[in-house]
Ligand binder design. Structure first.
Ligand SMILES: [Zn+2]
Length: 181
């Protein structure tokens, strides 16, 4: 894979979400020096919605990889799935690899947002104007661009689903890699 950071980041966000889903971590515990310290609160009950999300995202990665690499070995059940994804997709052509990277990047954003880390949406640029001014609109389940010149044809604030944000991010990374070589 061309961008190991994407799968590493997705794995880190999945680990946080897994810890939340199993009750060892709470939403909002992401930032701060709490890592390694014992939680003072009682463990939350297992979050079925988060478990469903984790199962669905894992299936999405496995299905994509196996479609093009039926010989891929057994997929890990935890965040090591992204490492497995990289190792199992080394022979993919550029287009499919970018599609897979976009899935991993989108899933990383989904994990982070579900964990309550809304700042994660500030890292990728807006697909419309390339500015770093995206903000998460939970009601719409979309990223909204805060650039007042980045509007729809109707003059409304531009909004993007995570799939669009991820595809734009991965395409930009690929273009930067090409111009750097
Ligand atoms: Zn924009």
């Amino acid at each position: 894979m061309g961008d190991a950071d994407t799968s590493t980041t997705a794995a880190a966000h999945m680990r946080t979400l897994r810890e939340i889903s199993s009750g060892t971590k709470r939403r909002g515990d992401i930032i701060g020096p709490s890592r390694g310290t014992k939680p003072v609160h009682a463990p939350a009950p297992i979050d079925i919605d988060l478990l469903d999300h984790l199962i669905a995202t894992r299936s999405e990665v496995i299905n994509f990889v196996r479609r093009y690499n039926p010989d891929a070995g057994t997929a890990p059940i935890n965040e090591a799935i992204y490492q497995w994804m990289e190792e199992s997709s080394e022979d993919l052509d550029d287009g499919r690899r970018m599609a897979l990277e976009a899935i991993a990047y989108r899933q990383g954003l989904e994990h982070a947002l579900r964990a309550g880390n809304r700042k994660a949406i500030r890292w990728p640029a807006c697909p419309g104007c390339d500015c770093f001014g995206l903000s998460w609109n939970a009601a719409l389940q979309k990223a909204a661009c805060l650039n007042q010149r980045c509007l729809t044809d109707e003059g409304l604030q531009s909004t993007w689903d995570l799939r669009q944000v991820a595809q734009h991010y991965i395409a930009t990374q690929a273009r930067l890699r090409r111009t750097a070589t």
